[in-house]
Design a binder for this molecule. Structure first.
Ligand SMILES: [Zn+2]
Length: 202
């Protein structure tokens, strides 16, 4: 069973049961072609975007309902590649889907960016509510400070994002393992001041 042990970073996971953050020395890696999500029987979820008619969005390979799934996501192999090269976050193109005409900010003033798959996954959720959406791409300024810790979102319940407030005291960019959109992909919470080359894609 492949796993990824971070070198310069450390995973943290918010345990709803313990109501606290737990450090994780490593995270399991999903097989090629599957999301970082497994049902409670251990079946894998095929890596394709759910169609908008799928009420439960993701199903495992034998069609069990997810979210009857493991507490923790697995990392996608491409996430391992990203986490293995600290500068890749700055050099990569990031995506954002929103019903707004500009990059939207979350309640805390932070902007969230993700992979193209995560943006399209979010789009399916937004259009299922009837919204018209816009796609944006953006990069991060070369001098941006990336937090040394990576938050692992639990697959259900509280996301544990509250710790971002503390990390943003010394960082501009926070990586987290997304368990809701393109599960197992890396998404970013970013101070909008370090965004650059924001482009609206039509
Ligand atoms: Zn299953």
């Amino acid at each position: 069973m492949a796993s990824y042990e971070p070198t310069g970073s450390q995973f943290l996971f918010y345990s709803p049961r313990d109501r606290n953050y737990v450090a994780m020395p490593e995270l399991e890696v999903a097989d090629e072609g599957y999301w970082g999500l497994r049902c409670t029987d251990g079946h894998r979820a095929i890596r394709r975007l759910p169609d908008k008619w799928h009420r439960h969005r993701y199903a495992c390979e034998v069609d069990h309902y997810l979210p009857e799934h493991d507490e923790l996501p697995l990392l996608l192999p491409d996430s391992v590649a990203l986490l293995s090269q600290p500068n890749a976050v700055i050099g990569s193109l990031w995506y954002h889907r929103t019903e707004r005409s500009h990059l939207s900010r979350a309640y805390d003033g932070v902007t969230h960016l993700g992979t193209s798959e995560a943006a399209e996954d979010r789009n399916l959720f937004l259009i299922s509510g009837g919204a018209q959406t816009n796609l944006f791409t953006a990069k991060i300024s070369a001098g941006a400070r990336v937090a040394p810790h990576v938050l692992v979102e639990p697959t259900s319940g509280d996301h544990g994002h509250e710790i971002f407030d503390k990390w943003f005291e010394t960082a501009d960019v926070i990586m987290y393992v997304n368990s809701h959109e393109a599960p197992g992909s890396i998404s970013l919470a970013i101070k909008p001041s370090v965004l650059t080359t924001v482009v609206g894609v039509t």
